[in-house]
Design a protein around this ligand. Structure first.
Ligand SMILES: Cc1cc2nc3c(=O)[nH]c(=O)nc-3n(C[C@H](O)[C@H](O)[C@H](O)COP(=O)(O)OP(=O)(O)OC[C@H]3O[C@@H](n4cnc5c(N)ncnc54)[C@H](O)[C@@H]3O)c2cc1C
Length: 120
């Protein structure tokens, strides 16, 4: 997508810059007119724009930045998808490590053949 975007548009990508906040006009109807950047060299710069899209992810500072220039942040709606993550570490029994799933020699003995097939 990135390659396509850069090929099909006249857009430029600025890498290694950090958005510090918004710049805007004050008054009865304050509005954002750009963003303040910290550039690659560490200096600050205002980048003016007609359209500003916040794509900074879930830790976005957009609400605070809007307030700083006198613009009330938009109402937000949170949807709890009730999704969760779980992870766990397992340690393989010593008999199985490095000898395949059936533990080598035990595989051929008649007593363990059924267990062996089940493990496959
Ligand atoms: C551990 C983990 C596992 C996940 N696994 C999956 C998965 O398997 N499948 C799935 O679909 N989703 C998964 N997700 C969710 C997925 O990563 C996010 O939904 C997705 O990355 C959100 O994309 P985004 O572009 O909105 O934000 P992000 O991917 O967070 O991108 C935001 C970008 O903005 C940049 N940025 C932020 N602030 C600034 C700033 N001030 N100035 C300049 N740049 C800034 C960041 O550096 C970052 O590059 C996972 C998330 C986590 C944390």
């Amino acid at each position: 997508m990135r390659r396509l975007f850069l090929r099909e548009t006249r857009a430029k990508v600025r890498q290694g810059v950090q958005v510090l906040g918004l710049v805007g006009t004050c008054g009865a109807k304050p509005r954002a007119t750009g963003v303040r950047l910290r550039t690659e060299s560490g200096s600050e710069e205002d980048l003016l724009a007609d359209l500003i899209v916040d794509a900074s992810g879930r830790n976005t500072h957009a609400d605070a930045w809007l307030r700083q220039i006198g613009v009330p942040p938009p109402a937000t709606q949170r949807v709890d998808a009730k999704a969760g993550y779980a992870s766990r570490f397992y340690k393989a029994p010593r008999a199985q490590s490095g000898r395949g799933r059936c533990g080598g020699r035990a595989c051929g003995s008649s007593g363990s053949r059924r267990r062996c097939r089940a493990a496959r």
